[in-house]
Design a protein around this ligand. Structure first.
Ligand SMILES: [Zn+2]
Length: 624
């Protein structure tokens, strides 16, 4: 999830070279020494990754430093892609080094994720094996079926040369496999994959350029002067490529048009549609990797549209419009940031608005989605004491099921998305519809991203809103961003002729809540006192594997919601003690539900404001 902001955007800086050479895979792992193999792109740091042991999930990494002098330190990141410390060094074994004469170089493991050596000046090659079996856009995986690389989970770096050019070369690639990388490693058809070389301008650039290697479907389309590459790794019978292309054309056009900016010439969408769990999406400056459960997709393209619109907007918000607190990237420690409510939450605000703008959602669907976000926040007691900035700071706890419970935390995605809507409505009200979130993002793009500057977190957003509208947003930021004041929804929505209403619905009650660790398996985050689920032994942290014999898919609430009061449900759970089945009876409860509905008499002005708000337009009063 990291990308260094560069003053000179664009792929012109990149040299992408594909070189085809003879294959050596019949002899196993290709050895790397100071003299061979020849690299097609000689750089101060050269990475070679052999895929020979794909069936055992082991990648063999060789790092060749062509000119060392003095002590050489190598670090392995402890986190990447998720705001969670995952200690990738745990997957590394058999670290060793040889010098230019082929002699072993002694090395010391100096820290949990660091190795130190003092080779003779000149060339040195460091080798290690790494176990890669975490699928999905936040992981790295090498298997008999395919490879997906987030490079910061695979490759060590030297802190001293982290900002210098580095090349990447794949070795011993199975004959039928193709490669599609984001940004650094370009597309290579079967047979051309061995010795595929990409050059990254530093480790941050490399970390932001994942690659898929395997057998997959691939298509390109051109739009607004850019080339979009789409890779789909899925069961061929789940073929939805024509629909996918239509949706991506709409989304990419809507966002490029909304930002009046296209800071790339090529962009890559990497999709996995697995039969099992689909984990969500991960943004990169020149592409995105997205996993979604194939069964859940079926013929409904809305989940893929929704995630794609969010991740695509990240190419501006967080990748280029970047908070100061995330720079420079510290791969060795968790980083404190209060800005995720903006970098994630408002990415969702704009993502959903884009779907309305692109005609993927109609007006009512859009309004209902906003209402469901309000509903989510209002049912989390933690909103009374955890601010959205604190939720951002605590992002690093999200791997923990108790932390995710409604009593313990709110989500900076959820409240951030709502704050994006309210910020937009307030800007519109203060300027009679002349200025909006669109102007705020374009202003931040012009004044930070395009100048290669980072914005000063929440203060930078407040300053942008105030500069664009000429009005104060001090109270808004003090009470709703830094503070925990209850959000006065109806005061804001009145501008577009809407109000929040509460209704009571009678619904099935299964007695516990679940959350997922960014799209993984549903985990129990709280259990109702005295419920049938509690008596049956459901506990916080249990993973829900199946409901009535069907695999549990997130959100599991959808599966429970289809059952009836009084029915006995069978749930398969997993925890430290293993797997077990439990049975309990479903009860019912009256639930408060928040909806957005028309105010009693909607005026023509309110209708016009609403139309502009939903589609992300300014009301320029007939001016061009
Ligand atoms: Zn995001």
């Amino acid at each position: 999830m990291r990308y260094p902001h560069k003053p000179n955007l664009g792929v012109l800086l990149l040299a992408i070279t594909l070189a085809v050479a003879g294959t050596q895979r019949a002899w196993g792992i290709t050895p790397v020494t100071c003299s061979s193999p020849q690299s097609a792109q000689t750089q101060p740091t050269e990475y070679f990754i052999s895929l020979a042991d794909n069936a055992s999930n082991l990648a063999h990494v060789s790092i060749r430093f062509t000119q060392t002098s003095g002590t050489l330190i190598l670090d392995m990141p402890v986190w990447n892609a998720l705001y969670q410390v995952r200690d990738f060094a745990a997957n590394i074994e058999n670290v060793r080094a040889i010098d230019g004469a082929g002699r072993p170089v002694p090395l010391v493991k100096s820290k949990t994720s660091e190795w130190t050596m003092s080779p003779p000046n000149g060339c040195v090659v460091v080798d290690y094996d790494i176990h890669l079996d975490a699928g999905g856009p936040f992981g790295a995986q090498l298997s008999a079926e395919h490879a997906f690389f987030n490079w910061a989970m695979v490759l060590m770096y030297s802190p001293a040369t982290r900002a210098q050019n580095m090349s990447v070369q794949l070795l011993d690639v199975p004959a039928a496999w193709e490669l599609q990388g984001v940004h650094v490693l370009g597309y290579a058809p079967p047979g051309a994959v061995d010795k595929t070389v990409g050059v990254a301008h530093g480790y941050d650039d490399l970390a932001d350029s994942p690659a898929e290697v395997g057998v997959f479907q691939h298509f390109d389309f051109q739009q607004d002067g850019a080339t979009y590459h789409v890779v789909v790794h899925a069961d061929p019978k789940d073929d939805n490529n024509a629909k996918l292309e239509d949706i991506l054309r709409r989304i990419t056009h809507a966002e490029v048009d909304w930002m009046a900016d296209r800071p790339f010439t090529e962009y890559t969408f990497l999709y996995h549609f697995p039969r099992g769990h689909g984990a969500g999406g991960m943004e990169h400056a020149y592409g995105t990797a997205i996993d979604l459960n194939a069964e859940r997709l079926g013929n409904n393209m809305l989940p893929v549209a929704s995630v794609s619109a969010h991740e695509f907007f990240h190419l501006w918000n967080v990748k280029r419009i970047r908070p100061q607190s995330l720079e420079p990237i510290d791969y060795q420690h968790a980083m404190d940031t209060r800005a995720l409510w903006f970098s994630e939450g408002l990415t969702s605000t704009v993502g959903d608005m884009t779907l309305a703008r692109a005609g993927v959602l109609d007006d009512r669907q859009y309004i209902d989605r906003v209402a469901s976000e309000i509903n989510e926040l209002q049912t989390r007691p933690a909103r009374a004491w955890q601010s959205v900035e604190e939720s951002s700071l605590d992002a690093w706890f999200e791997g923990d099921a108790f932390y995710r419970s409604p009593q313990r935390s709110i989500s900076y995605y959820n409240k951030g998305e709502i704050l994006g809507v309210l910020l937009d409505l307030r800007m519109r009200r203060l300027t009679q519809g002349q200025k909006s979130l669109r102007d705020l993002f374009q202003w931040m793009n012009d004044n930070y991203a395009k100048k290669g500057l980072f914005f000063p977190d929440s203060d930078g957003v407040q300053q942008a809103a105030e500069t664009v509208t000429g009005r104060s947003f001090a109270e808004f930021f003090h009470e709703y961003v830094a503070g925990v004041q209850e959000l006065p929804y109806s005061e804001y929505f009145n501008f577009v002729g809407l109000q929040v209403a509460e209704t009571t619905v009678h619904s099935v009650n299964w007695g516990f809540t679940t959350t997922t660790n960014l799209g993984g398996q549903p985990e129990v985050s709280s259990v109702d006192k005295g419920s049938g689920a509690e008596r049956a032994g459901v506990a916080v942290g249990d993973r829900v594997l199946a409901v009535n014999g069907k695999p549990a898919t997130a959100p599991v609430e959808v599966q429970f919601g289809q059952l009836h009061e009084g029915a006995t449900v069978k749930v398969r759970l997993a925890n430290r003690r293993g797997q077990h089945d439990i049975k309990f009876k479903l009860t019912s409860r009256n639930e408060q539900l928040y909806i957005l509905q028309d105010v009693p008499a909607v005026t023509p002005e309110q209708r016009a404001h609403r139309e502009a708000w939903i589609h992300g337009n300014d009301e320029t009063g007939g001016q061009p």
